[in-house]
Design a protein around this ligand. Structure first.
Ligand code: SF4
Length: 155
């Protein structure tokens, strides 16, 4: 369950401390607009309250820090990061049935990660990308590096 049915800005969710976009922007020294841009570009999937307000966990902050390093130090652009994320073997990680694999637009040749598509079979069934095992791997940056066997310089 990703949506929180309480609009009173809870400080914790599933035992994790939650941060507002403003807090994240102060902590990381980037603008709230940059956070929105990362979301629009399909790099992050924030936790959403029922009101639509975004919240971030410490794992999100670690991933956003990693994104910043890819952009500023490794000179990747948004498309390059999406391309790397598209290498996640989402059909194996879920795992999806053969029928869903055949009907999924996020196939092996995709240049975007599966959560960038509105019409994947899992999303059509109402599954939530934020809590999906695939996106959760992204939030574990060490695992992500191992899965992709790519040297994300996040240390
Ligand atoms: S629920 Fe979302 S993140 Fe999970 S496999 Fe489907 S599209 Fe990808």
């Amino acid at each position: 369950m990703a949506a929180i049915h309480n609009d009173e800005q809870p400080k914790y969710f599933s035992g994790e401390k939650l941060y507002t976009p403003h807090e994240v922007s102060l902590f990381l020294g980037l603008s709230v607009e940059s956070l929105r841009l990362y979301e629009r570009e399909g790099l992050i999937v924030p936790l959403k309250l029922e009101s639509g307000h975004r919240r971030f966990t410490e794992e999100d902050i670690e991933w956003i820090t990693c994104i910043q390093r890819q952009i500023h130090e490794n000179k990747l652009n948004f498309a390059g990061i999406r391309y790397l994320l598209a290498m996640l073997p989402c059909h194996e990680m879920k795992p999806c049935c053969l029928e869903d694999q055949m009907n999924c637009p996020a196939g092996d040749k995709s240049c975007r990660p599966c959560w960038n598509f509105e019409n994947t079979p899992c999303r059509q069934k109402g599954e939530n990308c934020r809590t999906c095992v695939v996106y959760q791997q992204v939030l574990n940056v060490e695992n992500l590096k191992q899965i992709l066997q790519v040297k994300f310089k996040c240390d």
